[in-house]
Design a protein around this ligand. Structure first.
Ligand SMILES: [Zn+2]
Length: 442
């Protein structure tokens, strides 16, 4: 989830500071106040969609609904879930007839089908995105203008991929190029952090894990960080431990997506909070994981601030486990608690005997000294584990990992290990990382 925040948006500082102050206050509301505020904002979006968005105008007509029939989240289920295929096929219909007044900007992301989906960000959603990150980072002590470093391939793709880092003075942001991360270049990244005196570091878990691993291999250190922020993919426990060990500070993880319907982030007490003042999170129940205190399933998200193209009940194929017993976080915030982010549903390994293994990635936790590892289900009956061994890679831990993996997969599946060279790491980090990949379609 990138911040598509451009200089143009700064021309509207009133909206920016209003949103910031509003989010700053609402995090401390009690759960009922937050739900009331969310319903109020949802009514604005629903009325706008039913009045200005052709797709919803015809949907409401077909369902014989009035926008007043939806007073809050509890009424949302009268509307069908919106999948990526529908968004892809109805771009124009989903665009508001008054979209221009929200300064829309075209965005694209690759859907679960591998087909890119196009949608619109607008000034309101950009402001929200900026203020959401501002608040989340402030939980770790960040204030606007503090030196902040970020691994971002996105930034360098449209520039020169041979540049290691670039300083953006407006926000005092140091952009780091993950495509150049290697054993030979790691010293340069550490030197850049030192020169910039970065207090915070952001990146994807696999990138920061590799960076920390390479630093450890070379014996480099940087002790200037207050916190590390991870986003964009599932953070594994072993990755968190390695990053926290090398940088000597906490990792605060987050979950979000380009379409900006749902944002979840960790507070200093280690809990994942759903930003219910950012979007509405509903879940499609998955019977396998739910307990008396939690409910798990895939995310259905509704944006509360995207007006150029409102996405209502948008189907996101990521699994989460939500707390349903009303337990509050020790930090005092009223934002709902997400017990676990379980990963993406397409990463579920289905065994020949029909079991759905959604948490196989935790096995990678036992692999000591690996710089990068991935479990790939190549066929219904065969799994390949791809590993980039680092310094201190242990054959004993590999044996115990393989043993555990085979035990979980069962007797009908075979496994092999494939070693990749550390030179391949640069190439691997250019791709979006999934700890578990399923190639078997049968
Ligand atoms: Zn908390």
């Amino acid at each position: 989830m990138a911040i598509e925040f451009q200089i143009l948006d700064f021309l509207h500082p009133v909206g920016l500071f209003q949103t910031h102050n509003s989010l700053d206050r609402s995090q401390w509301y009690d759960p009922q106040e937050l739900r009331d505020q969310q319903d109020q904002r949802l009514r604005v979006v629903i009325e706008h969609a039913a009045t200005h968005v052709p797709f919803y105008q015809s949907l409401f007509a077909r369902l014989k609904l009035n926008y007043r029939d939806i007073q809050g989240v509890k009424d949302l289920k009268v509307l069908p879930v919106l999948d990526k295929e529908t968004v892809r096929a109805n771009f124009k219909q989903l665009t508001a007839d008054n979209a221009a007044r929200f300064a829309p900007r075209l965005c694209r992301t690759t859907g679960t089908s591998g087909i890119p989906v196009e949608f619109l960000h607008d000034r309101l959603s950009n402001t929200l995105e900026f203020c959401y990150y501002w608040r989340y980072w402030s939980w770790a002590g960040y204030r606007l203008g503090m030196p902040f470093a970020e691994f971002t391939l996105h930034h360098f793709l449209n520039r020169d991929l041979k540049i290691r880092s670039e300083h953006a003075p407006l926000m005092n942001r140091l952009m780091l190029n993950p495509a150049l991360l290697s054993l030979d270049q790691v010293w340069g990244f550490v030197a850049d952090l030192k020169k910039h005196r970065s207090r915070f570091l952001k990146g994807s878990p696999s990138c920061l894990f590799a960076f920390a691993g390479l630093m450890a291999m070379k014996g480099f250190a940087y002790d200037g960080l207050t916190a590390v922020f991870t986003t964009g993919e599932l953070l594994l426990p072993a990755q968190r431990r390695q990053i926290e060990k090398v940088f000597g500070c906490r990792v605060l993880d987050s979950y979000g997506h380009m379409e900006r319907t749902v944002a979840i982030c960790q507070c200093p007490y280690g809990r994942y909070h759903v930003n219910s003042d950012y979007g509405v999170l509903e879940i499609e129940k998955d019977e396998h994981h739910s307990s008396t205190a939690t409910l798990s399933g895939t995310i259905v998200g509704t944006s509360l601030y995207s007006m150029a193209m409102p996405l209502i009940r948008y189907q996101v194929n990521d699994l989460v486990e939500m707390r349903t017993d009303g337990q509050r976080c020790e930090c005092g915030r009223g934002l709902p608690i997400c017990e676990k982010i379980l990963g993406r549903s397409q990463e579920t390994i289905t065994t020949p005997d029909g079991r759905m293994l959604t948490n196989v990635f935790i096995l990678l936790d036992v692999l000591e000294g690996a710089l990068w590892a991935q479990i790939v289900q190549e066929t219904t009956r065969h799994v390949v584990v791809r590993i980039v061994p680092g310094e201190g890679y242990s054959k004993a831990s590999e044996d115990s990992f393989v043993q555990q993996l085979r035990r979980i997969l069962g007797k009908d599946m075979t496994t092999t290990i494939e070693y990749l060279l550390s030179e391949d790491l640069t190439l691997l980090l250019k791709r979006k990382f999934n700890p578990v990949v399923v190639r078997s379609k049968d």
